[in-house]
Ligand binder design. Structure first.
Ligand code: GLU
Length: 465
């Protein structure tokens, strides 16, 4: 196979959205299948007003965190403006573009007529191209591309299949604005061509742009790349995935304590599945081997936070990922305090609770219970008489344990239950509540071990029968 030159081209007008991260991921997977292939990163900052450095930083750190790397330095689109303008002028010289001086009011009026069906052609300006005076102006014009009206355009998209559009539907869009700056539509094609990009993988929201952008390639006699327009992802209510559904900024997911492996696993299964393999758990190296973009479904997929939680719980439980938890603690204000105070204790709490949590952030409230030296029971609970009858003896027993170790505490408790002919919940539930303010949770032996003897007794002593 010829080497694949691909690119990810985000606009720094917002944070890295999980949907864009998926586009980047698929680009990365496709390029990683072949050693000689390349993935370039281009920051498309032609919208000077909305582009912000903070968004650019967010995008770069989001990609890095996910483990997506790219070849060369990121390209900054605004640094290539002269080259974009050079191409616009070539198109003008070759009669493939024209100068237009239509006022905003005239254009709006025409847009209204087009939208209401009074005019069937999508051409927004029908007079300037023929006006020699306008064409000889030196300034105060926009440059529009010329697109013929006859026939139709066909795209054989790797994901969307064959897509047809009548040329009359394609507008003579602007290449250079009145202030002399190039538009995204021009810059994207010039930069992709100059980088040698031969495969464009991007969101299906850009499908219509293919039918516009291909004319620049054609007029310049440039080879048109292959295209894969990947479907957008939706929330569980079927609408485009947005903040309403949950965190969509990749860095917010990182802050909540999701792992890159879980996010990658979740994202790649949207519209694709590894054949002959029922197991949904799949990691990057296997994905790279098995993934073929041709197998990606063209319909929108549903992003489920529940599923993400499921994957995250699986990955955070893995012994080899403990290091990731420790790193997370160092980056989280609350957990940082705990890890500095007693790292072993925090890790013990994590190891006991990890099967029940879906993200690291949940460890903040859980750890608080164990690190709080002024712990108080929430309510004055009324416990069973049977419990009250034996509580004093149980407290004495706990007090008498010399070696505060799991096995010893556990066998003492078992012996106590047997001797007093008690069912475990009668003793265990209230004790768990007195120690953690929760009737449910880990075994009371685990809780005793985490808290240590002194803190355990201090908490139990607060209960007055
Ligand atoms: N900059 C565009 C965006 O962020 C992507 C352009 C493209 O992939 O062609 O939506």
């Amino acid at each position: 196979m010829t080497k694949m030159i691909t690119r990810f081209a985000p606009s720094p007008t917002g944070n890295l959205h999980i949907g864009s991260a998926r586009t980047a991921l698929i680009n990365f997977i496709c390029k990683s299948k072949h050693e000689d292939s390349k993935l370039y990163l281009r920051i498309e900052d032609t919208d000077r007003e909305r582009s912000k450095e903070e968004f650019q930083n967010n995008i770069l750190s989001g990609l890095q965190w996910l483990g997506i790397d790219w070849d060369n330095e990121p390209q900054i689109q605004s640094q290539n403006i002269n080259r974009h303008l050079e191409i616009a002028n070539k198109l003008l010289d070759n009669d493939k573009a024209f100068k237009c001086i239509c006022s905003e009011e005239d254009l709006n009026e025409r847009r209204r007529k087009i939208n209401s069906g009074v005019i069937t052609s999508k051409k927004i300006c029908t007079s300037c191209a023929k006006n020699t005076k306008v064409q000889s102006l030196e300034k105060d014009y926009v440059i529009r591309i010329k697109i013929p009206i006859e026939n139709k355009e066909i795209l054989k998209d790797v994901v969307q299949g064959t897509v047809e559009v009548n040329k009359s539907e394609i507008d003579d869009y602007v290449l250079v604005r009145r202030d002399g700056t190039p538009t995204y539509m021009l810059s994207v094609v010039v930069d992709d061509h100059d980088l040698g990009v031969n495969f464009i993988i991007r969101g299906a929201d850009h499908l219509n742009n293919y039918f516009r952008q291909k004319f620049i390639y054609e007029y310049m006699n440039w080879k048109i790349p292959s295209y894969a327009h990947i479907p957008l992802i939706h929330g569980e209510d079927g609408s485009k995935l947005s903040k309403r559904h949950g965190a969509v900024n990749l860095i917010d997911l990182k802050k909540q304590g999701y792992l890159p492996e879980a996010i990658i696993n979740n994202l790649i299964l949207l519209g694709w599945s590894p054949k002959k393999n029922d197991d949904e758990l799949i990691q990057l190296t296997n994905i790279i081997t098995l993934f073929n973009i041709k197998d990606l479904s063209k319909s929108a997929s549903i992003f489920s936070y529940k599923k993400l939680d499921y994957f995250n719980n699986y990955y955070l439980r893995q012994e080899q990922n403990l290091e990731l938890f420790i790193n997370y603690c160092k980056s989280n204000l609350d957990l940082k305090k705990y890890i500095e105070k007693d790292e072993k204790k925090l890790i013990r709490i994590f190891n006991i609770y990890k099967k029940d949590i879906s993200k690291y952030q949940e460890m903040v409230n859980i750890s608080e219970i164990y690190f709080n030296s002024n712990f108080d029971v929430l309510k004055n609970e009324i416990f069973d008489q049977e419990f009250n009858n034996c509580f004093k003896n149980f407290l004495d027993l706990i007090n008498s344990i010399k070696n505060w170790e799991y096995d010893i505490i556990n066998s003492e408790i078992k012996g106590f239950l047997k001797k007093n002919n008690l069912k475990f919940p009668i003793l265990g539930k209230p004790i768990r509540f007195l120690l953690t303010n929760n009737y449910n949770g880990p075994s009371i032996t685990d809780i005793f071990v985490i808290l240590g003897k002194e803190q355990s007794i201090k908490r139990l002593n607060k209960y007055k029968v």
